[in-house]
Design a protein around this ligand. Structure first.
Ligand code: NAI
Ligand code: 15L
Length: 269
């Protein structure tokens, strides 16, 4: 596959989309932007809902690859999650199939496996082969997205890298994020590796920086050529002083998904 040049970035108005709009062009990509809300400062962005199949088909026409970030990014009612994340992602893959787009990078989440126990001291990091254990309807929609990607690879030959993003924000803001943080720079590096690696079929990767306190294994991401450069440890002393360590036996202490397992934050936020 020749290296993609033109890339559709869905969810371009969101937190990760805004960061990636700034960082990905340095890798040589020409971005086409899409979101259900206008993208600030980007008059050419496509404003469309993932429900609009005709608009999606037009938006993917002629692009080499898609980075799919759009959707509900926290817990919400089941019907809303189904519409945006399940039906919407299906619409996007159908548009890709109809228009001959061969590579997708799908923003999955740690919440697809949120009820997985986090490793204790000296225990191995959680691999991507750990069974799906969604902690919310939101996490369940990410499990669906990963399976949908598998189907479109096996049946239609569309390649996908499903990136289980840990916590992608400019800085980690909680003690839990010290283990899951994906810095914006490393996110761009991981998306670039996912867009350019040869023959990925459907590959699932855990998406974090090279954090000292990492809970999960980055080997499938590294196999794509991802070389993380950042480590959340620089923020550890301050965050632990401010927030303390999680209470023993609490969701934040036990599960990868933390409080999503018991009291998930709601969307919109
Ligand atoms: P966000 O909520 O800031 O951005 C999502 C964007 O999708 C928004 O701009 C929203 O307007 C758009 N959107 C929602 N429904 C849509 C629809 N029906 N049609 C078109 N656009 C729609 O989320 P964020 O943080 O930027 O995350 C991006 C993606 O990465 C999401 O899929 C999220 O689930 C995933 N993710 C993010 C993580 C993080 O730490 N930020 C962690 C794990 C996964
Ligand atoms: C996610 O999947 C969310 O989209 C994001 O807003 C964060 O809450 C992140 O997980 C996390 O677990 O920190």
């Amino acid at each position: 596959m020749p290296a993609p040049r033109t890339v559709l970035l869905t969810g371009a108005a969101g937190g990760v989309g805004t960061l990636m709009r700034e960082l990905l062009p340095a890798y040589g990509y020409e971005l086409r932007l899409l979101d259900v809300v206008p993208v600030a400062g980007e008059p050419d962005a496509v404003v469309a809902d993932l429900a609009d199949r005709a608009a999606l088909r037009e938006a993917v026409r002629g692009v080499d690859a898609i980075v799919h970030l759009a959707g509900i990014s926290l817990e919400a009612g089941f019907d809303a999650i189904v519409a945006a994340n399940i039906t919407g992602t299906h619409h996007l893959y159908e548009a890709a199939r109809e228009e001959g787009v061969r590579r997708v990078v799908f923003a999955s989440s740690n919440h697809a496996v949120g009820f997985t126990r986090r490793p204790g001291e000296g225990e191995p990091r959680v691999p991507v082969t750990t069974p799906h254990r969604p902690d919310t309807f939101y996490g369940l929609s990410k499990c669906f997205g990963e399976d949908l990607a598998q189907l479109y690879w096996d049946r239609d030959g569309i390649e996908t890298v499903s990136v289980r993003i840990g916590s992608c924000f400019p800085e980690p803001t909680s003690v839990r994020m010290l283990s899951l943080w994906l810095s914006p720079g490393d996110c761009a590096r991981l998306l670039h590796a996912s867009l350019t690696a040869e023959s990925v079929g459907h590959t699932v990767v855990n998406g974090s920086s090279a954090n000292t306190r990492l809970w999960w294994d980055l080997s499938t991401a590294r196999a794509l050529g991802y070389e993380p450069r950042d480590d959340s440890e620089a923020y550890a002393e301050k965050l632990i002083a401010e927030q303390g360590l999680p209470e023993e036996g609490s969701a934040d202490d036990v599960y990868l998904g933390g409080r999503f397992c018991v009291d998930p934050p709601r969307w919109p936020h």
